[in-house]
Design a protein around this ligand. Sequence first.
Ligand code: ATP
Ligand code: MG
Length: 146
Amino acid sequence: MEALGARLAALLHAGDVVLLNGELGAGKTTLTRGLGAALGARGAITSPTFVLARTHPTASGVPLVHVDAYRLASAAEVDDLDLDLDGSITVVEWGADKLDGAIDSWLALDIERPHGGDPASDDAPRHVRLTPHGPRWDGLRLPPET
Ligand SMILES: Nc1ncnc2c1ncn2[C@@H]1O[C@H](COP(=O)(O)OP(=O)(O)OP(=O)(O)O)[C@@H](O)[C@H]1O
Ligand SMILES: [Mg+2]
């Protein structure tokens, strides 16, 4: 999952938004950690349970903003965070349907644990479906695995 995050990171520029969907323990934060490491993000990337959005400076100067929208009920509440979507790379856990109207392009990742059960003891490979939305992601090509 970290490796997938790193491959994704290679594509990301200021203004890009990645929405991560998938149940508790699916691997959303784990993927974000790999993505952050590849961007040279400073600060630990953790599940921001009590922090709705955390900004990590990165090596390129474009900050990585990691949002946990689990507790946010609507697009209006996300709007209240006053995110700098244009100037950042924004990764939103539980982001489906919560950025309506604010963006015209985003990359959605749906992460599944094929075996279900207790997430704490599930080391099985995850299934990830990548769905590009909007003009930004026309012709999307994920860099190969290294
Ligand atoms: N192949 C895998 N991919 C992702 N995580 C895995 C994998 N195998 C085991 N894990 C473990 O599953 C857990 C995933 O937790 P993580 O915090 O990334 O999930 P999350 O989707 O962010 O959950 P939450 O909804 O609670 O924020 C971690 O403990 C991780 O070590
Ligand atoms: Mg998480």
